[in-house]
Design a protein around this ligand. Structure first.
Ligand SMILES: Cc1ncc(COP(=O)(O)O)c(C=O)c1O
Length: 323
């Protein structure tokens, strides 16, 4: 735990091995000589990897501290979050209920739905946001006061996983594993990852590093104000549990959210995403997914190609980790 004073007030389970590795992606694009990867794809110890594991390290201790037997959470039909929550919660004896809304179904989503069905999750196909809201009282009673978690695990507690990742990155830079990046680019599906990075990099003193979030979800409000407010709620949570936070202005100009690579909507593949996915696999043996990371990588390639990235090293934070 990075905040020793929180030992008695905030639990943290170790579900993965940090620091996640950083490496230069030297084969992806000749015009982008200094593109780095921080690979959270293999972060988890078991089950499903990716960025959800860091969130669960903070969320699950709270679920058990409150003696809840079940989690109720939300996502699309191919939810990575729902699968990770189910598999890791199961390890600590907690059952997961998922209310899933529609998204375009392709092979990738079919395969994920199969995994979800065999994971032991209790799945309700609520289909739309409105029907999910209408079903809430029933779901809440059926699962007997479950611990409620927003889509993607992006509660203030979940955000702490990426506050920690920001501090971890700063330590890697300090140790010489990579140069300080001018920008970090990553996918935004529910906002917890970028909100945490924004705060973590601020706490680490890396105020000049831009955080560029590539929004791939049109079902949630994911603008500058929403993400900043989530980061502020994480600050309040840390303070309320006794953290001695030095700061605290989040530098307003650091965070940029871009929607140009969303395509027709959440889960709809794009031509540029498909191209980025193939390129990353062929050139760097990096497995992207079509919903989140392919669109983020397409953005990196476009932004670099048109000279729109800040000068200096760029870091792509990889968040997809199938097992
Ligand atoms: C593979 C992958 N990358 C990125 C994200 C986005 O992270 P966040 O929900 O924290 O914005 C998600 C989930 O939403 C994901 O499953």
């Amino acid at each position: 735990m990075r905040f020793p004073e929180l030992h008695d007030t905030l639990g943290r389970f170790t579900l993965g091995h940090g620091p996640s590795p950083v490496r230069l992606l030297s084969h992806l694009m000749s015009t982008l000589p200094s593109l780095w990867l921080k690979d959270d794809g293999n972060y988890g110890n078991g089950g499903w990897g990716g960025n959800k594991v860091r969130k669960l390290e903070w969320v699950l201790p709270e679920v058990t501290r409150q003696h809840r037997n079940a989690i109720l959470t939300f996502g699309g039909l191919g939810t990575n979050w729902g699968l990770a929550a189910t598999l890791y919660a199961r390890e600590v004896g907690v059952h997961t209920a998922l209310a899933l809304i529609d998204q375009p179904v392709d092979d990738h989503v079919e395969a994920q739905l199969d995994r979800l069905r065999t994971s032991g999750a209790d799945i309700s196909l609520t289909r739309s946001k409105a029907r999910t809201v209408a079903a809430m009282p029933y779901l809440y009673l059926r699962h007997r006061r479950p611990y409620l978690l927003p889509a993607g695990g992006s509660s203030p507690l979940g955000v702490l996983g990426y506050v920690e990742a920001g501090l971890e990155l700063a330590a890697q830079i300090h140790a010489g594993a990579m140069p300080a990046p001018s920008s970090v680019v990553t996918a935004v599906g529910s906002g917890g990852t970028v909100a945490g990075l924004h705060l973590g990099l601020t706490l680490a003193g890396l105020t000049d590093t831009q955080v560029i979030g590539i929004v791939v979800n049109d079902k949630l409000r994911l603008d500058h104000r929403a993400i900043t407010s989530l980061a502020r709620r994480a600050i309040r949570l840390l303070r309320s549990r006794g953290a001695n936070l030095p700061l605290t202005q989040l530098p307003a100009g650091r965070l940029t959210l871009l929607r140009d690579w969303l395509g027709a909507g959440y889960g709809y593949p794009t031509r540029k995403g498909t191209h980025a996915l193939q390129l990353a696999r062929d050139a760097e043996h990096l497995d992207l997914d079509p919903v989140y990371t392919a669109k983020a990588m397409a953005a990196v390639l476009d932004l670099a190609g048109s000279g729109r990235l800040p000068k200096g090293p760029t870091l792509y934070l990889h968040t997809y980790g199938p097992r």
